[in-house]
Design a binder for this molecule. Structure first.
Ligand code: 5GP
Ligand code: MN
Ligand code: MN
Length: 317
């Protein structure tokens, strides 16, 4: 059921036990949104649990409260509500879907959202789920603490490439300024996120050696091997390098996972890569999307490149 923000506020007010989750391979938006909502609901006396079917990358260990995020177990737990943040389809929450028995509320900003929940609020104009959480907390007259501000600033800033990507709106900028007033410190958040162990920079150099250009330089790919993935906390930001090459329209990162799956990230300047990702069972936004395909890297790469070339030809007609 399509809900207004006001109806969502009421739904939360009427629920006493709430579980919050978000998508696997967590990013700043899903973690920041989870933690901010948890902070508010807990302060209202709700019994709240955060579960995520993945590790929180060390990169986000500066976010206040992240230690409280637990993993799903095989035990089935019930609650009044399961809030699914920043996830466009049910598969994105991994094992949490079997672990929790509760009506689902989905708050999201992906254009590819499949409307899988019992109740949903989806705004694809929002640069981040964090923007929607800020609007929701305001509607609930929440006290904006520095913890909430830090989490929501991180959520918003990471999803719009620290205010550089096309999804950055006037509203995004205003929200960021408001969050600074509530106690977020953009400089220290950027420092935390940018600071990397030496090993990670040396690994990035190795990954960049896999750079290939295709289709007259309009498509750039990088490939991350299983060994490389093992030695890394996160590949966050790697896709930016092929993306910023002059003449590149679509950047693609192939991550060869141990279990025979290839995880793929797409970034684009004009082409709608959410459609591309969706055609392979994934999803995302117009200019940033992803999917996972089971298969051998060479075969998967060929299929994805063929589709990307087709999509490029259709867009640039
Ligand atoms: P990233 O490349 O940073 O992992 O993801 C870019 C965007 O695409 C994010 O908004 C993310 O939620 C979405 N995305 C990435 N992988 C998948 C996937 O396998 N399925 C769906 N539905 N969305 C994805
Ligand atoms: Mn996300
Ligand atoms: Mn997001």
């Amino acid at each position: 059921m399509d809900f207004s923000l006001k109806q969502i506020a009421e739904l939360l007010q009427n629920s006493s036990t709430i579980i919050i989750t978000a998508h696997v391979h967590p990013d700043g938006d899903c973690l920041g949104s989870m933690l901010a909502l948890n902070e508010y609901l807990t302060s209202r006396g709700k019994s709240v649990k955060m579960v995520l079917d993945d590790e929180v990358p060390a990169l986000y260990n500066f976010l206040p409260g992240y230690e409280a995020i637990g993993k799903p177990t095989t035990k089935i737990i019930s609650s009044d509500l399961l809030v699914v943040l920043d996830a466009s389809d049910i598969e994105r929450i991994g094992k949490v879907k079997e672990h929790v028995n509760a009506p689902i509320l989905n708050i999201d900003h992906h254009i590819s959202n499949t409307k899988f929940a019992d109740y949903w609020y989806i705004n694809s104009q929002s640069a981040a789920t964090g923007e929607i959480i800020l609007e929701l907390l305001r509607l609930l007259n929440a006290k904006m603490t520095p913890t909430i501000a830090t989490c929501l600033y991180t959520a918003i800033a990471t999803d719009c490439g620290f205010f550089r990507y096309a999804n950055t709106s006037v509203q995004t900028m205003r929200y960021a300024a408001d969050l600074m007033e509530y106690g977020a410190n953009p400089n220290s958040i950027s420092e935390y996120m940018e600071t990397k162990p030496l090993e990670s920079i040396l690994t990035l150099a190795k990954v960049l050696e896999t750079l290939e250009l295709h289709h007259h330089g309009k498509i750039a790919t990088i490939t991350v091997s299983p060994d490389t993935l093992e030695s890394l906390d996160s590949t966050e930001g790697f896709i930016n390098y092929p993306r910023i090459i002059e003449g590149v329209e679509i950047a693609i990162m192939f991550k060869i996972m141990n279990e025979g799956t290839i995880r793929i990230s797409f970034r684009s300047k004009t082409v709608d890569v959410s459609r591309l990702a969706f055609s392979f069972g994934g999803g995302g936004h117009i200019r940033a999307a992803g999917c996972a395909i089971i298969g051998k890297i060479e075969e998967v790469k060929k299929r994805v490149l063929d589709s990307a070339i087709k999509q490029l030809a259709e867009t640039l007609l």
